[in-house]
Design a protein around this ligand. Structure first.
Ligand SMILES: [Ca+2]
Ligand SMILES: [Ca+2]
Length: 189
């Protein structure tokens, strides 16, 4: 077996280790997950161009068992894709697993949670964002009225500048009191 195909060069692996919370074994395991989603389009040897150019479409990503049960999965894929399409390159896919891993610090998870909950991408969590987030977190078990009461309560507690929405700092305050908001941010590969 002298001709074993090397997926990433030493240089690529070192770069990945530097910018993720993974060691090389983890990185190759994540690559295995990436490739098995689309074996025909993802080559065994990945150049830098492949890793940043070849994408796996959202419909295939939705089959990942780690994310299937996560009510935010579609939104998560969108946030990690550079063009917001939800289609992911390997680099983006690796980033996503890295931030969901146990080794990622809580503050980093919180910053991504904020992006994921910020459905209209205006860098704050308004009533509509909070309502949608709550709907997802509670898996549609609350009525619209019940959600409205909770959203108002959250704003009452955290909207310190009375702008009717949560800034990132205000959001951090809320999640420090209610860790439930971050529960969806742990996934093991
Ligand atoms: Ca928003
Ligand atoms: Ca505010």
């Amino acid at each position: 077996m002298g001709n074993q195909i090397v997926t990433f060069s030493e240089e690529q692996l070192n770069a990945y280790q530097d910018c993720t919370f993974f060691n090389r074994k983890d990185i190759l395991r994540v690559f295995g997950r990436f490739k098995e989603l689309s074996p025909d389009t993802i080559p065994m040897k990945m150049t830098t161009k492949d890793a940043t150019g070849l994408k796996i479409p959202l419909q295939l990503l939705e089959k990942l068992p780690e994310f299937k049960e996560n009510p935010f999965h579609q939104r998560i894929f969108q946030v990690f894709s550079a063009d917001n399409s939800g289609n992911l390159t390997f680099d983006e896919f690796l980033d996503m697993f890295s931030i969901f891993s146990d080794s990622a610090p809580r503050e980093l998870k919180a910053s991504y949670a904020f992006k994921i909950y910020d459905y209209d991408n205006d860098k704050s969590l308004g009533k509509t964002d909070l309502d949608k987030t709550l709907e997802c977190l509670t898996r549609n078990e609350l009525t619209e009225k019940e959600r409205e009461i909770i959203v108002n309560k959250v704003l009452e507690e955290g909207d310190f500048d009375h702008k009717g929405k949560l800034s990132y700092v205000e959001f951090e305050y809320i999640i420090s009191r209610d860790p439930e908001f971050l529960n969806t941010f742990h996934i093991r590969i």
